[in-house]
Structures are given as structure tokens and as C-alpha cells.
Design a protein around this ligand. Structure first.
Ligand code: FAD
Length: 406
């Protein structure tokens, strides 16, 4: 292998690919990041994920990213569960209960688009990271000592890039995963999620920056985002056969919002989109020198804000293993360990918790609903139980659990 090829090739300048490149560089490992979007359209992406949990904030801080994100986000120490039918708050959780567990006893509401903008700027000035924008990855081959990736540039040029390992941080449609014939096991919900962005002060009604609203007919998530424009994101479930054009008609959106909060006045709607929710985990996170991380390895519902967070945790776990490989440790053992640690968390924590979160909000049986609400209230009011609950939702437990897998 030439010196130039002695690097990690990362497909995708999303949060996972960029955090991986920055962490590897900190550990002295060179990488090339390939991104299909160009400098001209990179910031045109929809904002997407935005709740960053304490365990993730610690990782951002390690690579110098946290201080760039904090001014662009909202520090949110609290989150609420609400009962829509009774218009009553069920429970308030305060991350202050984690003050001895983390330097960041809060979530940071900061959208994916801001994270990748800041991380890309850092990557571009790092001498150990080559960023190739406007470069579409189309396939790869691998041998005993390296990989060759096939790419096409925006002007139609075909090229090859040699590297020691390839990491798929391309998102859910991963070409690497499909090329390795790795099954994406799980299911897709038949209902889609309608996301409406609204400029309105929900705090005047007692809501906090992050709210999970339970209802047997129409659960919601309600999250606050820093401007401009200052806005709130409201998620609603839709019926499987509902037509997208009907669902997103301005009067239909207003009716949904009035159903949640009857103000009698039209809301200032600043955007909306409809998306399909999958719960899937790749059967393997690695095939030889090809490794999956983030959405290419696992996808889940956004209830609980775990997709981006768990993807960034993959990146940090993998960076540690690759850095040790660069220092001469056993590559197969370390990459297998990455797979067993992070796949265990994807299946047993991220999938299990997001499926449970949705069931909790959508529960129809009145007795079960009441028992769930009583349990949330009990956990929020007891300091010991509240800390245990927050250790799980802040993803501190899942990082600790992965580290315990030998
Ligand atoms: C509406 C919405 C809200 C969400 N909210 C949350 C939340 O609150 N919290 C949370 O944790 N998660 C949330 N998620 C999930 C979160 O956005 C994803 O889990 C996260 O972005 C995954 O990061 P990634 O880097 O793995 O992939 P992506 O963010 O998808 O990035 C992949 C990158 O690879 C590039 N790419 C793809 N194919 C190629 C190719 N062939 N060649 C070159 N480049 C390529 C793409 O352009 C992109 O830049 C939400 C998702 C949605 C849709």
C-alpha cells in the first residue's frame, strides 16, 4: 500500500462521517471524506435531527465542536411528558439530577444542519483530513490489504480512491451496505410522521423546550429551535393511506395544530414535511475492510432523539478502534469489538427504547395509559429514580454499557 492510501476513506459528510474524521485526526489518523453535495448546495439540506444528549455533548467537546454549537442552539435542562386529552403535564424531568454524572446536565437543541456546517468547516482546515465535495461514491472493491472506491465528480469525471478501510457514513441508503449484501433487518411503520414547523411561543402555555405529548388518537412531539426563524417543531402521526397533498394543505395543517392547542387564531406555519419511519439494524456492521456507522447501520423513529446521537457514538467508538489499529493492535479483533459493542446498543437500547417511546405516547388502553403516566410521575418525583431514568434517556448508560462489552 502506498503512503497516500494509508488512510481511512469515509463516505458522507453527515454528522457521523465528520465526527469520525475529526476524532481520527485528533488521534493522528488521516482520512478522506467524500460528499456528494457541493459547497454550493451543502447548506440547502433540511435541518433534521436536533436534540443532542449529554453523552453526545461530551464527545463534541472532546473534538472542539461543542463550543461552536452552543451559541447556535438552546440549552434545554428540562423535558416534559403531557397528557393531551386532560391538557395536563404528567411529568417534568430535570437533567440537573445528572450533575455528578456529566459536565453537560442538559440537552442541546441544535439541528443537524448547524452541526454539519460547523464540523465541515473544522474538517476542511485540518491537515489530516481531505474533504472531497461534489463527489458521488458509486461502488468499491476490497482486497487483503486495502479498498478501492469508485467515485464520480460533479462534472462527470470518474475516479478511483485507494484506502486502508472504507467507512459507510452515507446514511440509510448505504451503497456499501448493499454492496456487501448485508441485510437491513427490521420493519417500517405503516403510518408516516407529519412534521410542522411553527413560529409561536408555546412556553406561554406551560410547555418546556422538549415535550412528549401522549394521546390515544394523535400523539405529538413538540420541540423548540433557535432562530432565525425562532420556531417549534410539532410531530403528528398520520393514517397509512392518507394522501400527502391533502395532509399538507394549509387548512389541514392549521386544523391539526388547533386540535393540539385551540388558540382560535391561525398559527404562523414556516414549513412542513412528511416522512416514513423505519426501525432497522444491519445484520453486520462490518464486512472485511468495509465498516458501517450511523444511519447506514441503524435507523429508528425520532421519538427520543436517538438516531443522530447513537450514530455519533458509533463514530467515536470506531475512531478509538481504528486509532489502535494504526498503532499496531490486532485489526480483526478491534473491528469485531466495534461491531459487537455498537450493534448490541443499536438492538437492545436504541431500537428497544424508540419502539417503547412510541408505544408509550400512542397507548390506547385507558388502564395501561394511566399506569404508564403514574409510573412516569413516580420516576420524575423520586430523585433516585429520576437519575436512573435520565441516565438512560441521556444515553450515558448506553455508552457505559458498550464499553463493558469485552
Ligand atoms: C425529520 C427528522 C428529525 C430527526 N430528529 C432527530 C433527533 O432529534 N435526534 C436524533 O438523534 N436523530 C434525529 N433524526 C435522525 C438523524 O437525522 C440521523 O440519524 C442522522 O442525520 C444520521 O447521520 P449520518 O451521518 O449517519 O447520515 P446522514 O445525516 O444521512 O448523512 C449522510 C451524508 O452522506 C452523503 N451521501 C449519501 N450518499 C452518498 C454517496 N453515494 N456519495 C457521497 N456522499 C453521500 C449525504 O449527502 C449526507 O451528507 C431525525 C431525522 C429526521 C428525518
Amino acid at each position: 500500500m502506498t503512503d497516500a492510501a494509508n488512510r481511512v476513506l469515509i463516505i458522507g459528510a453527515g454528522p457521523v462521517g465528520l465526527c469520525l474524521a475529526l476524532k481520527l485526526a485528533q488521534d493522528g489518523v488521516p482520512s478522506t471524506v467524500v460528499e456528494q453535495l457541493t459547497d454550493a448546495n451543502f447548506l440547502d439540506q433540511v435541518p433534521r435531527a436536533g436534540t443532542n444528549h449529554p453523552a453526545t455533548l461530551e464527545m463534541y467537546d472532546e473534538i472542539g465542536l461543542y463550543r461552536k454549537l452552543e451559541p447556535r442552539g438552546i440549552i434545554a435542562p428540562l423535558f416534559h411528558y403531557w397528557d393531551r386529552a386532560k391538557n395536563e403535564r404528567i411529568a417534568e424531568f430535570d437533567h440537573a439530577a445528572l450533575k455528578d454524572d456529566t459536565r453537560f446536565p442538559f440537552a442541546l437543541q441544535c439541528e443537524r444542519i448547524k452541526i454539519v456546517e460547523e464540523a465541515l468547516a473544522m474538517a476542511k482546515t485540518n491537515p489530516l483530513i481531505d474533504v472531497l465535495m461534489g463527489t458521488n461514491f458509486v461502488g468499491f472493491s476490497q482486497g487483503s490489504d486495502g479498498v478501492i472506491a469508485f467515485v464520480e465528480t460533479a462534472d462527470g469525471q470518474k475516479d478511483r480512491i485507494a484506502a486502508r478501510y472504507i467507512v459507510s457514513a452515507e446514511g440509510a441508503r448505504s451503497i456499501v451496505r448493499k454492496g456487501c449484501d448485508i441485510e437491513f433487518e427490521g420493519f417500517t411503520y405503516s403510518d408516516r410522521t407529519l412534521n410542522i414547523e411553527v413560529a409561536y411561543d408555546f412556553k406561554q402555555h406551560g410547555y418546556t423546550d422538549r415535550n412528549y405529548i401522549s394521546d390515544p388518537d394523535e400523539w405529538s412531539n413538540l420541540f423548540h429551535w433557535k432562530g432565525p426563524p425562532e420556531r417549534w417543531r410539532v410531530h403528528f402521526p398520520t393514517k397509512p393511506d392518507e394522501d400527502e397533498a391533502e395532509l399538507t394543505r394549509p387548512d389541514a395543517l392549521q386544523a391539526r395544530l388547533q386540535g393540539l392547542l385551540p388558540t382560535g387564531k391561525p398559527f404562523n406555519i414556516v414549513g412542513c414535511n412528511l416522512y416514513t419511519v423505519h426501525q432497522r439494524v444491519a445484520r453486520k456492521f462490518r464486512s472485511g475492510r468495509a465498516i458501517l456507522a450511523g444511519d447506514s447501520a441503524h435507523v429508528n423513529s425520532p421519538i427520543g432523539g436517538m438516531g443522530l446521537n447513537s450514530g455519533v457514538h458509533d463514530a467515536f467508538n470506531l475512531a478509538d478502534k481504528l486509532a489502535r489499529i494504526w498503532r499496531g493492535e490486532d485489526a480483526d479483533r478491534l473491528l469485531d469489538l466495534y461491531e459487537s459493542q455498537r450493534r448490541h446498543i443499536a438492538v437492545n437500547s436504541t431500537q428497544a427504547d424508540t419502539i417503547r417511546n412510541k408505544k408509550l405516547l400512542a397507548e390506547k388502553d385507558p388502564a395501561v395509559r394511566q399506569a404508564n403516566h403514574d409510573s412516569l410521575k413516580r420516576q420524575a418525583e423520586d430523585p433516585k429514580l429520576a437519575r436512573e431514568f435520565l441516565l438512560r434517556t441521556s444515553l450515558i448508560n448506553s455508552v457505559r454499557e458498550a464499553a463493558r462489552i469485552p
